[in-house]
Design a protein around this ligand. Structure first.
Ligand SMILES: [Zn+2]
Length: 276
């Protein structure tokens, strides 16, 4: 690496290069004289001020030219496909809720649902109202199928809605989420503080939050498309059941934590098929 502004022919036109006695195949060594000075015309420094900043490199005459990979910050290194992908992909800031959505113990379909919820991309009635400006009558009929009160929205469903709040209060009693109320902002608050934690209690809490919103969303959709209705207790049991099932295949680091969690979730050791 002898020049950060290379190739110089992108600033110096071929006409100037030829007029100075060089050509497009001229190498760096060709433009350095025996005393270690640039051979290019003095006038070039006025025409292309970038040249002033380039110091003459110390060339090892025995070394062969070679290609070097640079990462996105310009640091040279060995070729790594991961590095190349990191360099060419478009990058965004790490979302503060990323660790709430994706973690190694997550339930994938719940994670995908959470991802949509955090981005507020679920097809809730408040968002559909914006798209379907035409059919005003249908929109006027829209109301939350869980409580029949007003249009639903992400913040309503998780967990301001009267039905959701009851499910939420039942399942959050299983974990230490007493400081989290029924508002989306208080969930976000918890997520920002604890979602990176590796503690088993925080991981179980994340499973509970994701499962609660997943099954409430599922119940909301079932009610819109069919006549079947589950009760608060039934939905809460589905949430607990899915978390319980996940916990059975958990790898606990400490057996004391395993005993405590299994007791809280009423899991009997005989139920568990050892994954290892
Ligand atoms: Zn509702």
């Amino acid at each position: 690496m002898w020049c950060t502004g290379s190739p110089l022919r992108s600033v110096i036109t071929p006409r100037y290069i030829t007029n100075a006695g060089f050509n497009l195949r001229t190498t760096v060594a060709d433009v350095i004289d025996q005393n270690g000075n640039w051979k290019w015309p003095q006038a070039w420094f006025d025409l292309f001020p970038v040249l002033i900043t380039i110091s003459v490199p110390n060339l090892d005459s025995n070394a062969e030219d070679r290609l070097v990979w640079k990462d996105v910050d310009g640091k040279p290194g060995d070729f790594k496909s991961a590095q190349v992908w990191n360099t060419i992909r478009s990058q965004e800031h790490h979302a503060p809720w990323a660790n709430m959505v994706w973690f190694s113990q997550c339930i994938p379909r719940h994670a995908f649902h959470m991802w949509l919820a955090f981005r507020n991309k679920l097809k809730t009635q408040d968002r559909m109202a914006v798209w379907e400006a035409g059919s005003q009558t249908n929109l006027n009929l829209m109301c939350c199928p869980l409580c029949n009160y007003d249009r639903d929205s992400r913040d309503h469903l998780f967990f301001q809605c009267n039905f959701s709040a009851q499910v939420w209060n039942k399942v959050k009693a299983m974990v230490n989420l007493t400081n989290v109320d029924t508002t989306w902002s208080s969930i976000l608050n918890w997520v920002e503080q604890h979602s990176r934690s590796k503690s088993v209690d925080h991981i179980v809490s994340k499973l509970v939050i994701a499962a609660a919103s997943y099954y409430i969303w599922q119940e909301r959709n079932n009610r819109l498309s069919t006549n079947s209705k589950r009760t608060v207790d039934q939905v809460a049991e589905m949430v607990k059941g899915s978390v319980r099932l996940r916990l059975m295949s958990f790898r606990f680091r400490a057996s004391s934590a395993k005993e405590r969690i299994f007791k809280a979730w009423q899991i009997c050791n005989d139920d568990v098929v050892d994954p290892g």
